[in-house]
Design a protein around this ligand. Structure first.
Ligand code: ZN
Length: 182
């Protein structure tokens, strides 16, 4: 089932999400609905708060970007209760966008390499070192679980420009091609 994606201004996007355990009701259905929703919206990552569930669950599939990159082609993950541990302080500036912030794309600084611990969809504990673009996507989705958005990381002159666009979303002046909820 395709779920509406919450847009900027919806308070759920600003809440710190709660951990879940394996007894969370209908978890498998929720995960498959999230994948369906993400693919329909042509996204590569989606966090549960973006569909109105304030829980620590995110999904990623960078497959569409993997034409000439095998690592991206196979990077499909479900992460439950993820914990980010950056072990390499090096950062990189990469342009990001977000299904909850249609029409905005900006460079933000992210760690090049992260160590992430999480539970997969079968509640098996995983520990993984992730590098490159996949690491950027994990950091972006992880931010959603903390109630943060990538535009929070934009500073300086760009901030003014971004704030204008955020106001347009809040005033419902956008109409993305996918199902949304203001
Ligand atoms: Zn996002």
């Amino acid at each position: 089932m395709i779920l509406p994606v919450l847009l900027y201004g919806n308070p759920v996007l600003r809440k710190k999400a709660n951990e879940i355990d394996k007894n969370y009701p209908e978890l498998n259905t929720l995960i498959s609905d999230m994948f369906e929703t993400m693919y329909k919206a042509e996204g590569i990552g989606l966090a549960a708060p973006q569909i109105g569930k304030s829980i620590r669950l995110l999904i990623i599939d960078t497959g569409v970007m993997g034409d000439d990159d095998d690592e991206l082609k196979d990077f499909r993950r479900v992460m439950i209760n993820p914990v980010l541990k950056s072990n390499i302080p090096d950062c990189v500036d990469v342009e990001e966008g977000c299904l909850s912030l249609p029409g905005i794309r900006e460079n933000v600084s992210r760690f090049k390499e992260i160590l992430v611990e999480y539970y997969d969809e079968n509640f098996e504990k995983k520990s993984e070192i992730i590098r490159g673009f996949s690491a950027i996507v994990v950091q972006h989705e992880f931010d959603h679980l903390e109630g943060k958005l990538f535009t929070d990381r934009v500073s300086g002159l760009k901030k003014h420009f971004v704030n204008k666009k955020l106001n347009d979303i809040r005033k419902q002046k956008v109409s993305p091609f996918y199902k949304v909820k203001f």
